[in-house]
Design a protein around this ligand. Structure first.
Ligand code: NAD
Length: 412
């Protein structure tokens, strides 16, 4: 399988069929700055990275991941995807990402805190509320952001809550951040259903992943009247054509640790939920789950990519051929970074909004972004032999916005 950085480069390369990109600008877009070091914590050394991809439209922005599978290629790809994501939803940030090669599940709270603080000491000169703003990602959370903020403020000597987002509310986090990504995806679903000419009650959905993103997406869709016919977590999947109660499944998962064995639902493999008979399938767990070897089994009319990078470029071409519409990750899951932006705005203002205000502003951003991508998708002509889909449309829009900012800044 290709690595995520190669996928990210292929996706950017595809845009060149539609946009003139100056060689110097293309070179800059394909060469993020990567900081790397080994963090010494409790007698062990852990490889750590921060990749800063582009800051033409605003400070770098991107999460920090603690995972054994972290690689330089992955961090670079994720930093590039952040640049496009922020540009698609029109928020004034660039793209970055950080990671540490570690499995933190066996760590005590104290070791986890030491690792978090060590990461900040490594990157302290490169971050800041007007420079680069980290956030949680896989296996990092609000508590880790709180330790990181504390370490940062100790080292720089002043308060700077806007340097990290995804913080606990008590330290300046935003109301609505927890459900923001799922909520943003739900707004995308509502617009998608409209353009497909479907109705809520007749639309069936399968969701892979029942973590923060998958749970909120499925719950909101379920409450709005959509029929959830399949759900999966890492242990397995369940299918019920009559429809599943997301809250009921979640309660079962809380008790037993998995969705498996819920009511009379049929048990299947986690991967199989992507191929069930449903109008819309929603990968909301991992990257590269729809690939060349299984893309042909997808039977849905549309895919909403709530996970980052769930569809490989080879699978993209297959879905396109099958006329399956895929709403790209850089649009579908941008609700999270949008509310992170709201958190940063509130921190810099020192004035905090009600939950309803956050969602109202989120919906306006997501609707506007969907509309812009949809219009671009409908209007542009497809050069021979090229894949023209909503991803390419979103990329064209995003890359155009980033290049415009780079050109306005000049090249001196
Ligand atoms: P999470 O850790 O809360 O949940 C992940 C879920 O995926 C869990 O339910 C887990 O059981 C499930 N899972 C893991 N392996 C699986 C497998 N093989 N088959 C089926 N399910 C599996 O993570 P999350 O925050 O919900 O993130 C999910 C995805 O969304 C990731 O790709 C992440 O990068 C992306 N994302 C998250 C946010 C956010 O705000 N949390 C924002 C943008 C994108």
């Amino acid at each position: 399988m290709s690595d995520p950085w190669s996928d990210a480069l292929v996706q950017l390369e595809a845009v060149r069929a539609y946009l003139q990109i100056d060689e110097d600008i293309f070179k800059q877009l394909t060469h993020p700055t990567v900081y790397a070091t080994e963090l010494a914590v409790a007698g062990t050394r852990y490889q750590a990275y921060r990749s800063q991809h582009n800051n033409a439209r605003g400070p770098y922005k991107g999460g920090i991941r603690f995972h054994p599978g972290v690689t330089e290629a992955e961090v670079k790809a994720l930093s590039m995807w952040m640049t496009w994501k922020c540009a698609v939803v029109g928020i004034p940030f660039g793209g970055a990402k950080g990671g540490v090669v570690v499995d933190p599940h066996t760590f005590s709270g104290e070791t986890l805190q030491q690792l978090s603080r060590a990461y900040v000491s490594f990157i302290v000169d490169q971050i800041g509320e007007q420079r680069d703003i980290p956030a949680p990602d896989v296996n990092t959370n609000g508590q880790i952001m709180a330790w990181m903020l504390d370490q940062y403020e100790k080292e720089v000597g002043y308060q700077s809550p806007g340097t990290f987002t995804g913080k606990p509310i008590a330290l300046g986090g935003s109301l609505g951040r927890e459900e923001a990504t799922g909520m943003g995806g739900f707004y995308v679903l509502e617009r998608l259903v409209e353009v497909l000419g479907l109705t809520r009650n007749q639309t069936t959905i399968a969701v892979q992943g029942l973590g923060n993103v998958g749970y909120w997406f499925a719950k909101l869709a379920n409450e709005a009247g959509y029929k959830i016919v399949a759900l999966a977590d890492s242990a397995g999947g369940i299918v019920d054509t009559k429809g599943l109660s997301v809250e009921g499944v979640m309660e079962h998962k809380r008790k037993t640790g998995s969705v498996k064995g819920y009511g009379s639902a049929k048990a299947v493999e986690s991967q199989a939920v992507l191929a069930v008979e449903a109008d819309i399938v929603v990968p909301a767990a991992l990257e590269q789950v729809i690939r060349e070897d299984n893309a042909d089994s997808i039977r849905a009319q549309a895919v909403i990519e709530m996970a980052n990078g769930p569809v490989t470029p080879a699978a993209d071409a297959i879905l396109n051929q099958k006329e399956i519409l895929s709403v790209p990750d850089i649009l579908a899951n941008a609700g999270g970074v949008t509310v992170s932006y709201f958190e940063w705005v509130q921190n810099r203002y020192g004035y905090y909004w009600q939950r309803e205000e956050v969602f109202e502003k989120l919906q306006a951003r997501m609707d506007e972004a969907f509309e812009a991508v949809w219009q671009t998708y409908k209007e542009k002509k497809q050069p021979k032999g090229e894949v023209w889909n909503m991803r390419t449309a979103a990329y064209v829009l995003a890359v155009e916005r980033v290049i415009q900012a780079m050109q306005l800044r000049g090249s001196a």
